[in-house]
Write a protein that binds this ligand. Structure first.
Ligand code: GLU
Ligand code: MG
Length: 453
């Protein structure tokens, strides 16, 4: 960040702060997401926003090697007590929070003290990969689904919690039971100008899902953070807890955070009207083939926690087979052709990812993998219909956090895309979490992680 840019940001922030103050906003939460998938924050009083825009807010780089339980490890480039970074709010995303009275929020980009971009900044990584696509005339539209389990606050910390509703999967009963709560979630998102597409009860006890309109890759990752923190705030306002961890009950269906994506050239959606499989263009097929090829390594980014592997089970709609298929909810990549006359609806859904993932790492890495597929002129294998668990012969994605880490550390593609400092920090965090939970009983892993994200 150079001086003129920061001076412009300072004067813009001064105007924003005046408006926020008039609206009764006292503080702005400045967030980023670490490599373990935890949203970390520094907050400033509204009156200090202009200063933050000009000089950034200090924060140690050590959080890039924090584990989910706040235990710090070290990587080749990052670790220990030394150093400081500057967090710069993205004022374009400044949002007054409807679920937290007197608060606003903005995501940050992280820089070195001398103004250079911080090499391990996940949000700038996602932006770099978006720019890499743009250099090839390509644009991505993306959106994360958010799944969560609603429990009462007086339930046990361990084992089966007290679910906030008792109706069946996708049952209207749950909507009736939690009608005020769900309306308030919708109201809060709408007040924050988040366009909600759907909200509904999911399969597991107490589980719900909300999906929001697609955005650019960085915007989609920002939205994933905003949607989650909004749900959390509204839940707490109702005396409830929202659990976003990959699994709440080690035996049950877990919380996914599926990534929907479509690939565009200019305004043309390349997921349709082509001569590739299922009506997609061959460029879209090559992009998806690139993602599919890299998926075993991508799993360490998209389903990063040991708890993720409790969720990743066949026949649980978590997409654990390295295959793709039209409308197939057991394939890691579900292709959604959409209605023939709906230009914007054809897209692909990466199903194996969950809410422990850093959404900026996910969007950036998926773009890198897809572009490599185009570069290599890859084609998709035949689509899979039906549950791949029944047929046999389909390759499973890595079946343990250690196996996923192994595939990640061997991915030259991801090392190049992420850059060494970020790549090594991610690997160190994964290694740390593998060790931390080695040999732990499944429910102990679920208990330790379900409230952390
Ligand atoms: N909850 C499932 C998961 O773990 C996904 C259900 C669905 O297909 O929406 O990913
Ligand atoms: Mg779902």
């Amino acid at each position: 960040m150079h001086r003129p840019e920061r001076e412009r940001a300072e004067s813009a922030a001064r105007q924003e702060a005046a408006q926020l103050t008039a609206l009764g906003v006292r503080a702005v939460a400045l967030t980023w997401v670490d490599n373990a998938g935890i949203t970390r924050v520094k907050a400033v009083p509204t009156a200090r926003l202009a200063h933050a825009a000009r000089w950034g807010v200090g924060m140690s780089p050590v959080f890039d090697v924090y584990l989910t339980d706040d235990f710090a490890v070290t990587s080749r480039h990052i670790g220990g007590p030394d150093g400081d970074l500057r967090l710069f709010p993205d004022l374009d995303r400044l949002t007054v929070l409807a679920g937290q009275r007197g608060w606003a929020w903005a995501p940050v980009d992280r820089f070195e003290q001398d103004g250079r971009p911080y090499a391990a900044c996940q949000r700038q990584f996602a932006r770099r990969m978006t720019a890499r696509a743009a250099e090839r005339g390509l644009r991505l539209r993306m959106g994360f689904e958010t799944e969560w389990v609603v429990v009462t606050r007086d339930g046990p910390e361990r084992g089966e919690p007290r679910y906030a509703c008792s109706g069946p999967a996708y049952g209207m009963t749950r909507v009736v039971e939690l009608s005020d709560y769900l309306r308030d979630v919708l109201d809060a998102l709408t007040a924050q100008r988040v366009e909600v597409l759907q909200i509904h009860p999911e399969y597991s006890p107490g589980q719900f899902e909300v999906s929001v309109a697609a955005a650019d890759p960085v915007g989609a990752a920002d939205l994933a953070v905003l949607v989650r923190e909004t749900i959390r705030a509204v839940s707490l306002g109702h005396g409830l807890d929202a659990l976003f961890g990959p699994v709440v009950d080690a035996g049950a269906v877990g919380n996914g955070a599926h990534l929907h994506l479509s690939l565009l050239r200019e305004d043309r959606n390349l997921c349709r009207d082509g001569d590739g499989p299922c009506g997609m263009t061959s460029e879209c097929a090559a992009f998806l083939a690139g993602v599919l090829r890299e998926l075993p390594a991508l799993l360490a980014l998209g389903a990063p926690s040991p708890a993720s592997h409790l969720r990743l089970r066949p026949s649980h709609w978590a997409g654990v087979f390295a295959c793709w298929g039209p409308e197939n909810r057991e394939a890691a990549i579900r292709f959604v052709p959409g209605p023939p006359d709906a230009e914007d609806q054809a897209n692909a859904e990466v199903k194996c990812f969950d809410g422990a993932a850093n959404p900026y790492l996910v969007t950036g890495a998926v773009i890198a993998a897809g572009l490599a597929g185009i570069e290599a002129g890859l084609t998709l294998p035949p689509p899979v219909t039906g549950d791949p668990a029944d047929g046999g012969g389909q390759e499973r994605l890595p079946e343990s956090p250690g196996a996923a880490l192994d595939r990640f550390t061997r991915s030259e593609l991801l090392r190049e895309a992420l850059g060494d400092p970020l790549f090594e920090a991610v690997a160190a965090v994964r290694r740390g979490e593998v060790r931390r939970y080695e040999g732990a009983a499944p429910q102990d892993v679920a208990d330790a992680t379900r409230r952390r994200y």
